[in-house]
Write a protein that binds this ligand. Structure first.
Ligand code: 13P
Length: 256
């Protein structure tokens, strides 16, 4: 039995004051839902993490970062490392398609970041997903499978089990064109859990949580959560609206 996990990826939105306001508006409801067995993670921009962390202290709601660099410190202007996030975050998103697309992140770099996260007791939420062109060319399975293989390269069985994978088809992100429950379920079953079973065996693959992401909203969340392979969601735009994010998390509580 995998614990459902809903994460809000705020992307580059909200000042510190706005972050304070959004968390304050959601935290009582989210805490109640988290106490019913749903893991809830808020991933604000770096500068708001200390504020969000202190607001959420003593609640069951978790904090996450949207990125980290693999080196612990040094001359890497503009980067933030695992040791800087240690203690402030439980999770860190790694390899989001926007980072791959706009900031040149590679499969190899994603793998290094996952290992850097584990060295600081941060759990990675690793994003994979195909472009529209790959989707239309029928390359989803091979592309996503390759991303999964590269991400997990050299990871121990124990670390693999603690990794969360987010399947986010790029064509569904911020477009209002979500995948369908059955379609996302099939990709996750074959190209994510299937590949993980090949690497680690079925028992380990069955322990790894996989989220769906891409235009998730309060109306379509149930369709994803009812799929056997889908353990939660990585939510972008709807995580910036308190009532929407609460409704999405509540839908996951019904699944438990
Ligand atoms: P949207 O929910 O805005 O489509 O974003 C999804 C996403 O990229 C979450 O990481």
């Amino acid at each position: 039995m995998r614990t459902p996990i809903i994460a809000g990826n705020w992307k580059m939105n909200k000042t510190i004051a706005e972050a304070h306001e959004l968390v304050t508006a959601m935290q009582n409801d989210l805490a109640q839902i988290a106490n019913r067995g749903v893991e809830i993670v808020l991933c604000p921009p770096f500068v708001s993490i200390p504020e969000v962390f202190s607001l959420l202290k003593g609640t069951p709601i978790r904090t996450g970062a949207q990125n980290l660099f693999w080196e612990p410190k040094g001359a890497f202007t503009g980067e933030v490392s695992g040791p800087m996030l240690h203690g402030l975050c439980d999770y860190v998103i790694v390899g989001h398609s926007e980072r791959r697309q706009y900031f040149g992140e590679t499969d190899e770099g994603v793998n290094r970041k996952i290992k850097a996260a584990f060295s600081q007791e941060l759990f990675p939420i690793v994003c994979v997903g195909e472009s529209l062109a790959q989707y239309e060319a029928g390359q989803t399975a091979s592309f996503v499978g390759g991303q999964v293989r590269a991400a997990f390269q050299g990871l121990s069985d124990a670390d693999a089990r603690r990794t969360v994978v987010a399947y986010e088809p790029i064509w569904a992100i911020g477009t209002g064109r979500a995948s369908s429950g059955p379609e996302a379920n099939a990709v996750i079953g074959e190209s994510i859990r299937g590949v993980l079973a090949g690497l680690y065996g079925k028992e380990t693959a069955d322990a790894i949580r996989v989220q769906y992401g891409g235009s998730v909203n309060p109306k379509n969340i149930a369709e994803f959560l009812e799929q056997p392979e889908i353990d939660g969601a990585l939510v972008g735009g709807a995580s910036l609206v308190a009532s929407d994010f609460i409704a999405i998390c509540r839908a996951a509580a019904i699944k438990t």
